[in-house]
Write a protein that binds this ligand. Structure first.
Ligand SMILES: Nc1ncnc2c1ncn2[C@@H]1O[C@H](COP(=O)(O)OP(=O)(O)OP(=O)(O)O)[C@@H](O)[C@H]1O
Ligand SMILES: [Mg+2]
Ligand SMILES: [Zn+2]
Length: 461
């Protein structure tokens, strides 16, 4: 059989060329050609024949949905409860999971800890690293106390060799660290190029389904997802989880953004320590633990990620701007555009003159939240700093703010309120639409229903 030939395909218009070109002759796009394996070169005639016979309803490859026998999906524990929860209750056999994150955030640490736990539970685990030598991995495993006979380590970057290993070793779980370092012999481009990343993932995908083998792919992502490699994998894999956090903070958030076997978004919280990652049982408590007492510009908001409510502290600092006409607006952990919008609403609807003020808003603990239910917390923190009046520290703010300054309802208010009550908060400012809700009766907390941002400020400032 002839070796599959590769060709270069424009990702914009589909133009095919035998060699790489900087500019696509068809659509004139620059840098749009990516190397791909020419699949039709593998005996195209035969496939056409198959397709004809498929028109026949007696073809065994076609089944009525009611006839399909489904083996009971037994999820396997990853050995880390917080990780299991993020995946929707454990690992599904034959699932392909992409674990993305910034360089150095702790991806290999999480994988090693989880794979060790799986090995200790009796699974044969194969951890293939294209980045680190077995000695380096051993060092980490010793530091994390993750040594197990069934945890098999291998340094390899050729995907064909990895597939060969699967045949020999028959592992029950496989990790590739990281997808950008592997290459297939079918393509000439360098490891890490889009073509390579996609082809390697495709080969692993087929193997993963054929063997019903759960596979983790680790992928580096830059802040804006600029390295297109892993981003372009998102539609191939079953599950995409991102590991994020500020490297200067100890907390790490594991976030599921796509899951064919469970709900999204879902999240887990970990603390990074020299002995490895430790799941955080009560994240709200930790994120609020450093909250200063009786200060201005600090508000508590309740956010919800998947099934998990989380109380967070929003901090705002409003100071007279030194640069005339160009006040600064900075948001850390929050959507910058959303904060700018809230400031505009406050100027227009509350007559606050914020034009000459620098405004900095920050989520404590290195968290990132983009939910609109945070609006009320953000706006009240800004107002508190601007007017130099501390907010009631026992009140939690929940609500989205509309363009007219109205407070709008949020999804799933109840779990947020229950979390606030659990942590001992005495009062919650909530959208007035919640009054109609029948399920809020059992919440042991004072609820202040507000229609507008102005009403909310009257209550807490
Ligand atoms: N000796 C050590 N003591 C304490 N913490 C350490 C030590 N070595 C590494 N770490 C922590 O582990 C983090 C790196 O973890 P890890 O290698 O799992 O990240 P990664 O996401 O796989 O990185 P990469 O992008 O390099 O693959 C460091 O940022 C640091 O916080
Ligand atoms: Mg790593
Ligand atoms: Zn083109």
């Amino acid at each position: 059989m002839a070796k599959p030939v590769s060709e270069f395909v424009c990702q914009t218009c589909g133009h095919r060329a035998p060699k790489w070109l900087g500019k696509c002759p068809e659509c004139q796009g620059w840098n749009t050609l990516t190397e791909e394996v020419t699949r039709h070169s593998r005996g195209g005639g035969k496939t056409a024949g198959n397709r004809n016979s498929r028109a026949n309803s007696a073809d065994p490859s076609v089944q009525a949905v009611t006839q399909i026998t489904r083996s009971q999906v037994d999820r396997v524990s990853t050995g880390i409860l917080e990780f299991d929860r993020t995946l929707g209750g454990g690992l599904v056999p034959g699932s392909l999971t992409l674990l993305g994150g910034d360089p150095g955030i702790g991806k290999s640490t999480l994988m090693l800890q989880s794979m060790w736990a799986m090995a200790e539970a009796g699974n044969r685990v194969l951890y293939v690293s294209g980045e680190e030598s077995p000695e380096q991995i051993k060092l980490r495993a010793e530091r994390l106390h993750c040594l197990s006979e069934r945890l098999l380590i291998c340094s390899e970057i050729c995907i064909e060799n990895v597939l060969g290993l699967l045949e020999k070793i028959q592992p029950e779980v496989l990790v590739l660290d990281s997808i950008q370092t592997f290459f297939t012999e079918d393509l000439q481009s360098a490891p890490g190029s889009i073509g390579q990343v996609r082809e390697v993932a495709f080969k692993i995908f087929q193997e993963c389904k054929r063997r019903s083998l759960p596979v983790f792919l680790i992928g580096h992502i830059t802040k804006d997802g600029a390295i297109a490699g892993p981003k372009s994998l998102e539609h191939i894999v079953d599950t995409v989880v991102y590991f994020e956090g500020e490297r200067s903070h100890a907390y790490r958030i594991l976030r599921t953004i796509k899951n064919r076997f469970g709900p999204t978004p879902e999240m887990g919280v970990f603390e990074m320590t020299p002995e490895g990652l430790i799941p955080v049982e009560n994240p709200s408590e930790i994120f609020l633990s450093e909250r200063p007492a009786d200060t201005t510009g600090s508000a508590i908001a309740a956010t919800l990620e998947g099934t998990r409510p989380l109380l967070v502290e929003v901090q705002a600092l409003v100071t007279a701007s030194t640069t005339l006409g160009m006040p600064r607006r900075m948001a850390t952990g929050l959507d910058h555009n959303r904060v700018t919008l809230l400031v505009a609403i406050m100027e227009k609807r509350l007559d606050m003159s914020l034009q000459g003020e620098d405004i900095f808003v920050n989520l404590a603990g290195g968290l990132k939240v983009t939910e609109p239910a945070m609006d009320l917390g953000v706006a009240t923190a800004i107002a508190s700093s601007f007017q130099n009046r501390p907010m009631d520290p026992q009140t939690v703010m929940i609500g989205e703010i509309g363009l007219t300054g109205e407070v709008r309802s949020v999804l799933q208010l109840e779990p947020r309120l229950m979390e606030a009550a659990k942590l001992g908060f005495q009062r919650c400012v909530v959208p007035h639409t919640a009054k109609k809700s029948k399920t809020l009766g059992k919440i042991k907390m004072e609820l202040a229903f507000v229609k507008t941002l102005a009403e909310a400020l009257e209550i807490v400032l």
